[in-house]
Design a binder for this molecule. Structure first.
Ligand SMILES: *Cc1c(COP(=O)(O)O)cnc(C)c1O
Length: 315
């Protein structure tokens, strides 16, 4: 209980989560998607889909037999938000802030505008690969979630979701007529009030997250964000002027600060092997881009020195 209480207090401080929001521990980012839908959508959800993870959010809703509607953009592109045509009956609008499959990050101002223009609807934002860098305006977000294996540099196996009082109210209303299992908001809240969980949780991971957050608070979140931007600048400057590599996301307003997808001329496998020999690990492209692209993470755990070393090796 003490471990959980400390971790939640640290999270609220680091990420600016309002005091009145609940913080739930689940098993993964994917489970956060499932629980957001299951607990707050009776019939209609709406999804902005431009890559593999936003697609998974949409498909999760469809799997749960909700009427899931999507606004689709090609991989690597952004959305025409003004003409999205979100149906009036929509209960929950779902965003994937940072599409890890393609390196597209949405402009927070666009998401906030959509929220403002749809005051009666709940908003969920996946920040799995942009936390803790991403700044959330919690006044315009009801469910915000991440898992710990990306920006927090921890082993996989823990999902974290901040939930607004508005979303709790909606889940309570739906609970009367829907099956309630152990990760229903109702049970999570009931146990959470005493800093407990409905099941025996991943205590080690919650403990480690608390420690990572304490380290991050020592450095300062603004310092971490500033350093993330400096490292992103180094990476983008290099790829913009490179003759051998090119950026998959060409619109500068959509280029993610935390995940870059890079087109390679000669295929990605050889480059990844050569980098590995120097102790540098980059990802392949996602699915159909596997052989053509490399993907580079720019998380708080990556130092400026490591980014420089990577760029020298790529050169
Ligand atoms: C990795 C990722 C997920 C899935 O998270 P899991 O913890 O593996 O379930 C969801 N969304 C985004 C944007 C991701 O990068």
């Amino acid at each position: 209980m003490k471990i959980m209480e400390d971790c939640i207090a640290g999270l609220k401080k680091l990420l600016g989560i309002p005091e009145e929001y609940a913080v739930f521990f689940l098993s993964s980012g994917t489970e956060c998607m499932e629980m957001a839908i299951e607990n707050t959508v009776e019939k209609n959800s709406y999804h902005f889909v431009n890559g593999a993870f936003s697609k998974r959010f949409f498909e999760t809703a469809a799997d749960l037999r909700r009427q899931a509607v999507k606004c689709e953009a090609p991989f690597g592109a952004g959305f025409d938000f003004a003409n999205a045509g979100i149906p009036a009956e929509t209960e929950l609008i779902c965003f994937t802030h940072n599409e890890t499959s393609t390196g597209v990050a949405l402009d927070p101002a666009d998401m906030e505008r959509v929220a403002l223009n749809n005051p009666g609807k709940l908003v969920a934002i996946d920040i799995v690969s942009s936390a803790p860098y991403m700044r959330i305006d919690y006044g315009k977000a009801d469910m915000v979630f991440f898992s710990v294996q990306k920006g927090f540099g921890l082993p996989a196996g823990l999902g974290v979701m901040a939930v607004s009082p508005r979303a709790i109210t909606k889940s309570n209303a739906l609970a009367e007529n829907s099956p309630q299992t152990y990760h229903s908001f109702k049970d999570l809240l009931k146990y959470g009030k005493q800093f407990q969980t409905p099941e025996t949780p991943n205590v080690l991971s919650i403990y480690l997250l608390g420690k990572v957050i304490r380290d991050m608070l020592k450095v300062g979140i603004e310092e971490i964000r500033g350093e993330t931007e400096q490292k992103a600048q180094m990476l983008y400057d290099f790829f913009r002027s490179s003759k051998k590599y090119s950026l998959f996301v060409t619109d500068p307003t959509l280029q993610s600060k935390t995940v870059l997808a890079i087109n390679t001329a000669g295929g990605s496998a050889g480059i990844r092997d050569a980098l590995q020999k120097k102790g540098l690990v980059v990802g392949p492209g996602y699915k159909e881009f596997k052989e053509k692209q490399i993907r580079i993470a720019n998380f708080p755990a990556h130092s400026k020195e490591q980014i420089l070393k990577l760029l020298q090796a790529l050169e």
